[in-house]
Design a protein around this ligand. Structure first.
Ligand code: GLA
Length: 421
C-alpha cells in the first residue's frame, strides 16, 4: 500500500468521538468502515452488458464509524442528512418497492438494503450497530459511486459486528443485490468491484462477464517509486440527482438488451440478451439490422471494449498520453453513441480537454449528473483546475455558483480498497 492521505487521523478521531458519545463507549473500541469513491477512466456503460471495465478508487469517500450494539438494534446518524435511522437486524427486509415506502428517513435505505443482501445470502445476523456515516463534503451524488460506497460501508460494518468473514467477491454480489434487487437500479458491478478490489497505484480491470479481475501497475510507479506523474481532476457540474430516481439509466440498459436480442437472433443464438454474448464478427455481420438508436448503443459497447483493451496496454507501459486520448474518445462515444450526457456535463468535458496538461477526460459515472473526471499531468494540475473553474463559470454561471467554492474542481490522488480499521 502506498502513501494514503485519506482518511486523515483527524477525520478518524472525529468520527470515533462522535460514535463513542452516541453509544456511551470508549473511543478506542470504535471501528471505522472506510469505503472510497471510484472513477472509471475506460469502460463506461458496458458493465451491465458484461463488458470489461477499468477503474480505480480515489482518496476521498465514505467513512462509517460504528460499534456493535448490545442487541439486534441498528441506530444510525449521518453527517449529511437529518434524522435517525432505526431498525433491527432480525427483521426480514423486503425489496424497497414491496416494502412500505413511507419511511421517515430515506437515507437509511442503503443500510436496510445491506441487511436485505446479507439475509438473501443466508446470513442470520444477530448483532446490530450504532453508527455515524459521512462522506467527503460536496462529493455525494456526483457520479463517483457514492451509493455503492455507502452500500459497501454498511455491508462491511454489519459483517464486522457479526464476525462474518466475507470475501470481496461475495461483497460484490451483495452490493449488486442492494442496487439491483433492493433498490431496482439495473446497473452493473463496476462500482463495487472498484471499491472492493482496487489497490493503491494500480488500475483495476474487471471482466464483468466472468467476474475475473486483475490489477495493473503503471511502470512509472514500479520503477521510480515516486508518488506519480498524474493527478485526477474532478470537475463538478452542480447537477445532482440520484440515479435511482432518473429513468434514463434503466432505459439505456433496456436499449442495449434490445440491440443484443436482435443481434443474437440474427446469429441464431439463444442466450441471455446482453451484448457480451454477441461476438464482434456477429455484430459486424448483423449491425445493419439495428434501428439507428440501438445501433448507436451497440457501437458504444463494441468500441468501448476495444478502448479498454488498448487503454490497459497504455497504462501498463506508462503511456499516459495514449491512455488519456482513449479516455477522451470514450467520453465522445458516451455523448454521441450512448447519448447519456447533458449540456453542462458536455460543456465541462469540452473545457477539460482544452485545459493544458490534461491527458484525457470524460463524464464520471452514468453521465446524467455530477462531475467529469480527467487525468492530468501533475505539474499542470493547479493551472488546469483554475482554467476549468473560470471557463465553466462563463458557460454555466448559475450552476457553477451552486457548487461550493472549494469543491468545484478537486485535485485527487488514487486511493486503496474498502476496509474496516
Ligand atoms: C453507474 C453505474 C455503473 C456503471 C456506470 C457507467 O455508476 O452504477 O454500474 O454502469 O454508471 O459506467
Amino acid at each position: 500500500m502506498g502513501v494514503l492521505s485519506w482518511p486523515s487521523d483527524s477525520e478518524l478521531d472525529k468520527i470515533k468521538t462522535t460514535v463513542a458519545e452516541m453509544a456511551g463507549v470508549a473511543v478506542d473500541v470504535v471501528r471505522v468502515a472506510v469505503s472510497p469513491y471510484r472513477i472509471c477512466p475506460l469502460g463506461a456503460h458496458i458493465d451491465h452488458q458484461g463488458g470489461t471495465v477499468s477503474a480505480m478508487t480515489i482518496d476521498k469517500g465514505i467513512i462509517l464509524g460504528f460499534v456493535p450494539s448490545a442487541d439486534s438494534q441498528v441506530l444510525l446518524r449521518s453527517g449529511q442528512f437529518n434524522g435517525e435511522v432505526r431498525f433491527r437486524v432480525d427483521q426480514i427486509q423486503l425489496p424497497k418497492h414491496i416494502a412500505d415506502s413511507k419511511e421517515e428517513c430515506k437515507w437509511g435505505s442503503y443500510a436496510k438494503g445491506a441487511l436485505y443482501a446479507l439475509q438473501r445470502g443466508g446470513n442470520n445476523l444477530k448483532q446490530g450497530i450504532t453508527g455515524f456515516i459521512c462522506g467527503t463534503k460536496g462529493l455525494d451524488s456526483s457520479g463517483l459511486s457514492s451509493s455503492a460506497a455507502v452500500g459497501v460501508a454498511y455491508l462491511l460494518a454489519l459483517e464486522s459486528a457479526n464476525n462474518l468473514s466475507i470475501s470481496p467477491t461475495e461483497n460484490i454480489e451483495y452490493d449488486r443485490l442492494i442496487e439491483n434487487e433492493y433498490l431496482g437500479l439495473k446497473n452493473g458491478i463496476l462500482d463495487q468491484s472498484a471499491i472492493l478490489l482496487s489497490s493503491y497505484g494500480c488500475l483495476t480491470c474487471m471482466d464483468c462477464k466472468t467476474k475475473k479481475h486483475k490489477l495493473i501497475q503503471a511502470p512509472a510507479k514500479r520503477e521510480m517509486e515516486k508518488k506519480g506523474e498524474y493527478k485526477i481532476l474532478l470537475a463538478f457540474s452542480g447537477l445532482k440527482q440520484a440515479l435511482t430516481t432518473n429513468p434514463g439509466y434503466n432505459m439505456r440498459v433496456s436499449e442495449c438488451r434490445e440491440a443484443a436480442s436482435i443481434l443474437l437472433k440474427a446469429s441464431g443464438k439463444e442466450v441471455e440478451p446482453i451484448l457480451c454474448n454477441v461476438q464482434q464478427e456477429e455484430y459486424e455481420a448483423h449491425k445493419s439490422k439495428l434501428q439507428p438508436d440501438l445501433a448507436k448503443r451497440a457501437e458504444h459497447y463494441f468500441s468501448e471494449n476495444m478502448r479498454v483493451t488498448k487503454g490497459l496496454e497504455a497504462w501498463g507501459s506508462g503511456n499516459f498520453e495514449e491512455f488519456g486520448k482513449l479516455i477522451s474518445a470514450s467520453g465522445l462515444s458516451s455523448i454521441q453513441n450512448y447519448e447519456c450526457g447533458c449540456e453542462p456535463l458536455i460543456q465541462l468535458y469540452e473545457i477539460l480537454i482544452r485545459a493544458r496538461g490534461v491527458y484525457g477526460a470524460r463524464f464520471s459515472g452514468a453521465g446524467f449528473r455530477g462531475c467529469c473526471v480527467a487525468f492530468v499531468n501533475a505539474d499542470y494540475a493547479e493551472e488546469a483546475a483554475s482554467f476549468v473553474k473560470k471557463e465553466y463559470l462563463k458557460v454555466q454561471p448559475d450552476l457553477a455558483t451552486r457548487v461550493s467554492e472549494g469543491t468545484s474542481v478537486v485535485i485527487c490522488d488514487a486511493g486503496d480498497c474498502a476496509r474496516v480499521i
